[in-house]
Design a protein around this ligand. Structure first.
Ligand code: SF4
Length: 347
């Protein structure tokens, strides 16, 4: 099956030529796919195309769109969580997070996840498979259609470890940037960190896309190796100091500062001694720390850190010269916040 979603304008011109059509027919398909106002999910709906061309496309196995709608949940703060089905009857979730000026799409890159971070609902179900480019991009179309707005920012923070699906990730970023017209600087790739993959990410991005301007966000969540292994079992394969070393190389290669996500867990990593340790680890490094309140899931007994500890931790990092901010959770009442996505609707 050939999906038109994720195709470049040149690809679509070639498709048109292959069917004896003028290249502008390819450009028409392109405009219909990527203009969010069109809301087209099937080839039949692209009415500007001649009927026989639409029929030939379908007869030859071409499709537009990959996923089907299963369920949606709107949180009190306007955050929308969508449960979508794949053609092989698996389910994935994605989230649209609106503010006045932005609509951020939080996308999944895999069905499930193999990394098994202890705080995360997605990891509890293991990995089913990685998503294809068209499945990643279709999440954006669904969010735009449901929220009736253009997506302005994209974060790969949904289900899955994006660096374990690196080719599809990068081809998706190409399309998000060139076809959906979202600057790479408005795209964030969040990873729990996989050995050798940080260097590979920048190298492959330059090779395939000619640039690497998206933000790399590392789910660090700890100030030392011991705590990190306790929270993220896969961390035993990748020492925290080697992660920092590879991130420094990423900054040298791309000129982009790295973000470190730090989930504040009560009694685990939220003390001032941890703030000092983290400051030492990140000293002299162009980076930014994002503190996140933990979103409770049923399966584990981590508790969110108190607001007081969070403030003290943030102040200590700031005093130690580390750029730091606090990211407020969105969509909590509908389990649409970080670490709460899973394959089954439980709203
Ligand atoms: S936090 Fe991310 S990497 Fe870890 S298990 Fe969940 S989805 Fe996978």
């Amino acid at each position: 099956m050939k999906n038109l979603l994720g195709s470049t304008i040149k690809d679509l011109e070639s498709v048109a030529l292959d069917f004896g059509q003028a290249p502008f027919r390819g450009r028409q398909i392109y405009d219909w796919i990527y203009n969010y106002k069109n809301k087209k999910k099937s080839i039949d709906q692209i009415e500007v195309l001649p009927l026989d061309f639409r029929k030939k496309l379908k007869d030859n196995g071409f499709k537009l769109g990959e996923l089907s709608f299963q369920e949606k949940n709107l949180a009190n703060d306007g955050t929308l969580k969508l449960l979508l089905s794949t053609r092989d009857n698996e389910s994935i979730e994605c989230v649209g997070i609106p503010t006045e000026k932005r609509l951020t799409a939080c996308l999944s890159s895999q069905i499930g996840c193999p990394m098994d971070c202890r705080f995360c609902a997605t990891g509890k179900e293991g990995l089913k498979r990685s998503l294809k480019v068209s499945e990643i991009l279709d999440q954006i179309l669904f969010i735009e259609n449901e929220m009736n707005r253009k997506v302005t920012n994209v974060v790969f923070m949904g289900m899955g470890e994006p660096l374990l699906n690196i080719n599809e990730l990068l081809f998706s970023i190409r399309s998000i940037n060139e076809d959906f017209q979202i600057s790479q600087r408005r795209i964030t790739v969040s990873t729990v960190a996989v050995p050798k993959m940080i260097n590979k990410l920048s190298a492959k991005s330059f090779q395939l896309l000619g640039k690497c301007q998206f933000t790399l966000a590392i789910s660090l969540h700890a100030s030392n190796q011991k705590i990190r292994e306790m929270i993220i079992p896969s961390a035993k394969n990748y020492n925290i100091r080697n992660i920092i070393r590879d991130c420094k190389q990423f900054v040298r290669d791309t000129g982009r500062r790295v973000s470190f996500e730090y989930l504040m867990l009560n009694g685990v990593n939220d003390k001032l001694e941890h703030a000092n340790e983290l400051s030492d680890l990140l000293k002299g490094f162009q980076c930014h720390v994002n503190l996140i309140q933990y979103n409770q899931i049923d399966e584990v007994d981590f508790k969110r850190a108190s607001s007081k500890n969070l403030q003290l931790f943030q102040s200590r990092l700031f005093d130690n010269g580390v750029a730091v901010s606090f990211r407020k959770s969105r969509g909590l009442d509908k389990n649409a916040a970080c670490g709460q996505l899973r394959q089954n609707a439980r709203n």
